[in-house]
Design a protein around this ligand. Structure first.
Ligand SMILES: [Fe+2]
Ligand SMILES: [Fe+2]
Length: 187
């Protein structure tokens, strides 16, 4: 499956901009990490793009319905298990880099976009310090579990400043690509 096909499939099941934007954000972060770790950018990008594919249809039982939406698309079982692994009450262990990475960037990518939206220069010059400050601000993006942002990052084995700069860089590059397609992460 290529990116174009994946976007088409995603849009079949995801209609709200909120989930679509989140999917692109996690895709961006996954690609950035694939580059950093020398992993398969195509696969990691698709994993980010499709990880919440069943969220709108099954918000209370997500991501358990992802397999049925991804079946017959040529994606392998390991990929589908990796999608499942980011769920809260799922039996699939986060026992590979792609799974640890997906978990570590899932909430953080969207959190960083929320921080960027508060800044005049958006992603430009966005440093770990600003992200940390907003993490301490309990009223800001309060649905995001701060402890999980940190524990998932530690499980991936990266440092905070490094984590933020990898994701910011990924978001910045992806924003350029998306803009060419008439979309923006920053709206
Ligand atoms: Fe999810
Ligand atoms: Fe997600």
């Amino acid at each position: 499956m290529n990116r174009e096909e994946a976007v088409k499939l995603l849009k079949k099941h995801v209609k709200t901009d909120r989930v679509l934007r989140h999917s692109y954000a996690v895709e961006a972060a996954m690609i950035a990490y694939a580059k950093k770790f020398g992993e398969d950018e195509q696969r990691w990008g698709l994993l980010g793009l499709l990880h919440d594919i069943d969220f709108e249809k099954y918000p209370d039982d997500h991501p358990n319905h992802a397999p049925e939406l991804l079946q017959g698309t040529g994606l392998d079982d390991g990929f589908i298990d990796s999608v499942l692994s980011h769920g809260v009450n799922v039996d699939v262990p986060r026992d590979s880099k792609e799974r640890q990475c997906l978990h570590a960037v899932d909430e953080m990518a969207s959190f960083i976009i929320a921080v960027a939206l508060m800044r005049p220069t958006k992603f430009e010059g966005l440093k770990a310090k600003s992200v940390k400050k907003k993490m301490k601000d309990k009223a800001f993006a309060k649905a995001v579990n701060r402890e999980e942002l940190i524990s998932s990052m530690e499980a991936l084995g990266v440092e905070f400043a490094d984590h933020v700069s990898t994701i910011v860089q990924g978001l910045k590059e992806h924003e350029e690509l998306l803009r060419q397609q008439g979309y923006s992460l920053l709206h």
